[in-house]
Write a protein that binds this ligand. Structure first.
Ligand code: SAM
Length: 230
C-alpha cells in the first residue's frame, strides 16, 4: 500500500484526531505496551535543549510530547491542527502554549525556533515533505530537528511478526480501548506505507537539512531522525 492509497484530505485527518482526542493518551500507552515513555525520553536526549531555548513541538496533539521540554526549562510551543486534541491538552496543561496550525503552512516567522520536533505526527501529515521544508523555514540557522516516528524493524523475522501484530491485533485491541477504532486501522495501514529509515533520511535531506542521521529504538519499531539547519 502506498501513502496515496490512504487518501485522506487534511480536514479528514484533523477530524479523525478530534474523534480520538479524549482517549488518545490511554490508547497510545496500551498499544505501545508502555514503550512510549522511553521513546519520549530518547527525543528529549536527542534534542539536547538548554533552559530558555524555544522549541516547536509540531503535531503536538494533547501536548504529551511537549511536557518534557517544559520540565527542562525550555520554552515549548505545542502546535497542531486538531482543535479536539488541542482542547484536551489545554485543559490538562493550561500552563503550556498551544497554537492551532497546519504543519505545511506554519503560523510562525522564519528562524523563530532553536529546535523543532515532531513525534508520531509526520506520518499523518498529508504532505510530509512540505512539512519538513516548513520546519526548516521556522528553525534558526544551526538549529536542530528531531523526528520521532514509527519505522521498519531491522530484523526481518521480527518485521514479519510485527506487521502481523499491527495488521491483525491492533484494530482488535483498539476496539476495546479507543473512542474511534477506525483511526487505529488507519494507524496500522499508515505505518506499513511509511518509508523506511533511509527513505525518511532522504526526505529530510531533500528538504534542505544537513547532517542527517537516525537511531533505531525498540529494534526499529520507532526511529529518531536528527538533522541541523545549515
Ligand atoms: C499521533 S498524534 C501525535 C501527538 C503527539 N505528538 C504525541 O506524540 O503524542 C498525531 C497528531 O498529528 C496531527 N496532525 C496531522 N496532520 C497535521 C498537520 N498537517 N498539521 C498539524 N498537525 C497535524 C494530528 O492532529 C494529531 O494530533
Amino acid at each position: 500500500m502506498t501513502r496515496a492509497d490512504l487518501a485522506k484530505a487534511p480536514h479528514e485527518v484533523a477530524a479523525m484526531f478530534d474523534g480520538v482526542a479524549s482517549r488518545y493518551d490511554l490508547t497510545n500507552s496500551v498499544l505501545s505496551l508502555r514503550q512510549d515513555r522511553s521513546w519520549r525520553r530518547a527525543v528529549v536526549k536527542a534534542l539536547d535543549l538548554r533552559p530558555g531555548e524555544k522549541v516547536l513541538d509540531l503535531a503536538a496533539g494533547t501536548g504529551t510530547s511537549t511536557e518534557p521540554f517544559a520540565a527542562l526549562g525550555a520554552r515549548p510551543v505545542a502546535c497542531d491542527f486538531s482543535r479536539g486534541m488541542l482542547a484536551v491538552g489545554a485543559r490538562r496543561r493550561p500552563d503550556l502554549s498551544f497554537v492551532a496550525g497546519d504543519a505545511t503552512r506554519l503560523p510562525f516567522a522564519d528562524a523563530s525556533f532553536d529546535a523543532v520536533t515532531i513525534s508520531f505526527g509526520l506520518r499523518n501529515v498529508v504532505e510530509p515533505q512540505a512539512a519538513l521544508a516548513e520546519m526548516l523555514r521556522v528553525t534558526r540557522p544551526g538549529g536542530r530537528l528531531v523526528v520521532c516516528e514509527f519505522s521498519h524493524p531491522t530484523w526481518a523475522p521480527f518485521r514479519t511478526v510485527y506487521t502481523e501484530y499491527l495488521m491483525r491485533a491492533l484494530p482488535a485491541i483498539a476496539r476495546r480501548t479507543a473512542s474511534n477504532p477506525d483511526a487505529y486501522v488507519y494507524l496500522a495501514e499508515s505505518i506499513r506505507a511509511w518509508p523506511d529509515q533511509a527513505g525518511l533520511a532522504r526526505w529530510v535531506q531533500d528538504a534542505g537539512w544537513t547532517g542527517v542521521a537516525w537511531k533505531d529504538l525498540t529494534g526499529g519499531i520507532v526511529a529518531l531522525h536528527r538533522a541541523t539547519r545549515p
